[in-house]
Design a binder for this molecule. Sequence first.
Ligand SMILES: [Ca+2]
Length: 305
Amino acid sequence: MGLLSAVVFIFSFAHIVFGQVRTVDYGGNQLLFYQERKTFDQARLACQKDNNDLVIVRDAKLQAFITPYLNSSINKSLWRGPWAVGYWIGGYRPAASTTWYWWDRTILASQPPSPIEYNNWVGIEPNGKPAVKMCVAMTPYPSIDGYTNIKGGWVDDVCYDLKYYICMKDICAPNPCFNGGTCIKGVGEYQCNCKPGYIGSKCDVTDQCTTAPCNNGGTCSMVGHNYTCSCVFGFTGTNCEKDSCSSSPCQNGGTCTKLPNHYICSCLDGFDGYNCDKAVRRMYFLRFYNPPQYSLNFLRMSQRT
Ligand SMILES: [Ca+2]
């Protein structure tokens, strides 16, 4: 392989792999204009690699949007002729059939214009031979052979011809939202409206707060895939399940009473201390007075247990 042919090979290879594409937003869907030549079936496969397909043009609004993006300065000398220059769109007519379809098998109107389905055939098109499968392309030229104002008009051609092609990507198909979320189209982006119990940009996170895990008036919020509880004053713990008495601070049978952020122990007889942790020793003294008399004193003496 000489240097020149190697360069040509590299360039043609680059042309196939890195074909020019222009992406524009259409109501949250993406239109992709590929300036690389493929057969109708090859073009469909190329679109499908990115979860889209050849564009289906069901109304004049979409047609009017597409038309300005068609390249009117394509050099037709490299093509079979001016009518062959064009962009595949998603319509075809099976061999030996008179019915035109879009690739999703919905009906594409033939001439004369259907009162229902939109079409944009040019002049005498479609005029392909009935025995051969024919496919639909849009011409980029404003005029050919005396037909004027035809840019964007539809022509039929044999499906194995090599043409540019237009893909349309429905950014909500397949539905990118999980767990039954609804996909809402924006400009080049989508948003998911999640069903109750799910959150996240794709509704792929279970909302653990729906089970109300936070006790004692705590507020639940999701951080990433996990919940956290914001506890009201006086409560702690993962689920705000702990208050000041939860650790059973009162010993020796003492009763804990919770107060905001602290507690008080009511001790059983014989115990004392903040946590009833001190035993009380009661000692009796007889004191002798003159004249002798008895006096009974209770002397409480604390002693650490
Ligand atoms: Ca034709």
